[in-house]
Design a protein around this ligand. Structure first.
Ligand code: SPD
Length: 279
């Protein structure tokens, strides 16, 4: 095996290491919550890591953000009031903003430094957020925020980090019950739910809990090269509508970079090992 020469950044996760060649380290500072780093990579543009885990890169952020935002927003017939928990880099909110029928977006991120770093190093992710009157910035704890909400939201999106000290609560039954209560009677929630290669047990836990609390729950996949296996999952749960169908005719978005209506349906077709693992 050739040793790595030159400058690289590396994420180590569950006995695996994923490295990208870098031009330079642009930023590294501990916020009040976590270690925030930004690298300028050779092939993936600027890349942000939180507590050593890659979160977002300029080159492939569209995959994650398209799939987290557009699948639930097209599964709902008329999403108007949307809550985004986490997603401090701004990418998820930017995609929600493209839905013209959406009238309000509550954006609850626990770590203001992530948003500030994104403003500086990932301008395309935060583009238009502060000028859009629909976006209400509410820096704080999403778990507490959702506890206080009652039957308010059409769609709730949870763009958290991996289940650690900060984000662990976003994967639990108590939080899912609060999300259920915060949604309108036909509401839909969607969350990032980790990697089928390394964390199938986490996905199974999330799916089992969601199925107990919501009328419908499903899992879909997307392919994101900056996460250690490249395969990523999203868990979606709904009080009324089947999430694998598209029914929103109001959000007339002409062009996506990853999402398509056909892919919406296809993404729910799971490999056999994933089906078996979440049973
Ligand atoms: N292991 C990576 C988990 C990434 C989850 N959040 C990504 C943030 C993109 N807005």
């Amino acid at each position: 095996m050739a040793a790595l020469k030159g400058k690289w950044c590396t994420e180590t996760y569950r006995d695996t290491a994923l490295s990208f060649r870098i031009k330079k380290k642009l930023y590294a500072k501990k916020s009040g919550f976590q270690m925030v780093e930004v690298y300028e990579t050779e092939k993936h543009g600027n890349l942000m890591a939180l507590d050593g885990c890659y979160m977002v890169s300029e080159a492939e952020e569209f995959v994650y953000h398209d799939m987290l935002a557009h699948v639930p927003l097209f599964a709902h017939p008329n999403p108007r009031n949307v809550l985004v928990i986490g997603g401090g880099d701004g990418g998820t909110v930017r995609e929600v903003m493209r839905h013209k029928g959406v009238t309000n977006i509550d954006f609850v991120e626990i770590d203001p430094d992530v948003y500030e770093v994104s403003k500086r190093y990932f301008p395309a992710l935060v583009k238009g957020l502060e000028a859009d009157k629909r976006v209400k910035f509410k820096f704080g704890d999403g778990i507490k925020f959702v506890k206080a909400a009652r039957s308010e939201y059409d769609v709730i999106l949870i763009d958290g980090t991996d289940p650690s000290e900060i984000a662990g609560g976003l994967f639990g039954a108590e939080f899912f019950k609060d999300v259920h209560r915060a949604l309108k009677p036909d509401g839909i929630m969607c969350m990032q739910s980790e990697d089928p290669w390394y964390d199938l047990d986490i996905i199974k836990g999330v799916q089992t809990r969601l199925k107990k609390i919501f009328k419908k729950a499903g899992l879909y996949l997307a392919y994101i090269p900056i996460y250690p296996s490249g395969m990523w999952s999203f868990s979606i749960a709904s009080k009324r509508y089947a999430p694998s169908e598209t029914r929103n005719k109001k959000s007339k978005i002409k062009k996506f970079r990853y999402y398509t209506p056909a892919l919406h349906k296809a993404a729910f077709e799971l490999p056999q090992f994933v089906k078996d693992g979440i049973k």
